[in-house]
Design a protein around this ligand. Structure first.
Ligand SMILES: NC(=O)c1ccc[n+]([C@@H]2O[C@H](COP(=O)([O-])OP(=O)(O)OC[C@H]3O[C@@H](n4cnc5c(N)ncnc54)[C@H](OP(=O)(O)O)[C@@H]3O)[C@@H](O)[C@H]2O)c1
Length: 258
């Protein structure tokens, strides 16, 4: 792999598991200094990156992370807002309380807004930087049965990311969104397992149901995290120097709209 990110400092939120871990590995292979955050410290053998423990749904933790990266490694060139997800129950509208909505919005929208707010001034001063928001295909293709609040939060993230690109691209900062479809991570496996237990169906059946609710996946399978990481690796590289303000859907072809 070309070492096109040598000298760059990259922060990947939620970079200890799943898609975030694959992104952190990909950026590191391209030569970047990579810092990852999560609430729980991974075992030493599970990450080769610099790690900072933080709960990014808490404002103070966000500032601490940015300060620590700046002190140890200098200003941040690449920010991948990957952390996100949902612990809300399935069952559609009636199953969601105010708390579920608030959690979904905190995890998938507000945590990213806060960390962007902390980092944008240093990117603006340098007149360069790249911010990637990891959204979801559900941001444009809602799956109300199981992912209501999450899908709405990701839709808001898409809108916010576009608006941020309009404001900051003139200052040399590129902002883009990556929206995966179903990706085979441990969290996805656990989610499918819990859906199977709630519905009394097999994991294979609930997997198929979820794929069907997206209108089917023409590729016939979920993505692996490395496939999402490859797209992010390209987007943050100098090769993507004219790319900003876009939302890349990477879903094996399931989204039916143009
Ligand atoms: N997997 C999919 O099929 C899929 C599809 C579309 C979009 N996405 C999106 O892709 C992103 C990554 O998903 P994933 O499935 O790879 O997730 P994952 O495997 O569950 O990993 C989530 C990461 O975020 C960290 N994290 C969770 N809550 C946090 C918090 N409050 N503060 C700081 N860190 C926190 C986790 O570590 P700790 O638990 O130790 O904090 C972990 O490192 C998310 O934005 C998700 O919405 C995933």
């Amino acid at each position: 792999m070309e070492k096109e990110l040598i000298g760059k400092v990259a922060l990947v939120t939620g970079g200890t598991k799943g898609i975030g871990k694959a992104i952190a590995n990909r950026l590191s292979e391209a030569g970047a200094i990579v810092v990852v955050t999560a609430r729980s410290r991974p075992a030493k053998e599970q990450t080769k990156h610099h790690f900072i423990a933080a709960d990014l749904t808490i404002a103070n933790d966000t500032d601490t992370v940015v300060r620590e990266v700046n002190e140890k490694f200098g200003t941040i060139d690449i920010l991948v807002n990957n952390m996100g997800g949902s612990t809300s129950p399935s069952g559609g509208f009636a199953a969601l309380t105010d708390e579920h909505w608030e959690n979904d919005l905190q995890l998938n929208l507000q945590a990213a807004v806060r960390i962007d707010r902390s980092i944008l001034p240093q990117m603006a001063e340098k007149k360069s930087g790249v911010i990637i928001h990891i959204s979801s295909v559900t941001g444009t293709l809602p799956v109300y049965q199981s992912l209501g609040g999450y899908a709405v939060a990701k839709a808001a993230l898409n809108n916010y990311s576009k608006s941020l690109s309009k404001e900051f691209s003139p200052q040399g900062i590129r902002v883009a969104t990556v929206s995966p479809g179903m990706v085979k991570t441990d969290t996805m496996d656990a989610y499918l397992q819990s859906l199977a237990e709630t519905s009394g169906s097999s994991v294979e059946q609930v997997t198929q149901n979820l794929m069907d609710s997206l209108g089917g996946i023409p590729m016939g399978r979920m993505a692996v995290p490395e496939e999402i990481a490859e797209l992010v690796g390209f987007l943050v590289s100098p090769k993507a120097s004219y790319i900003t303000g876009v939302n890349y859907i990477i879903d094996g072809g399931s989204n039916p709209s143009l």
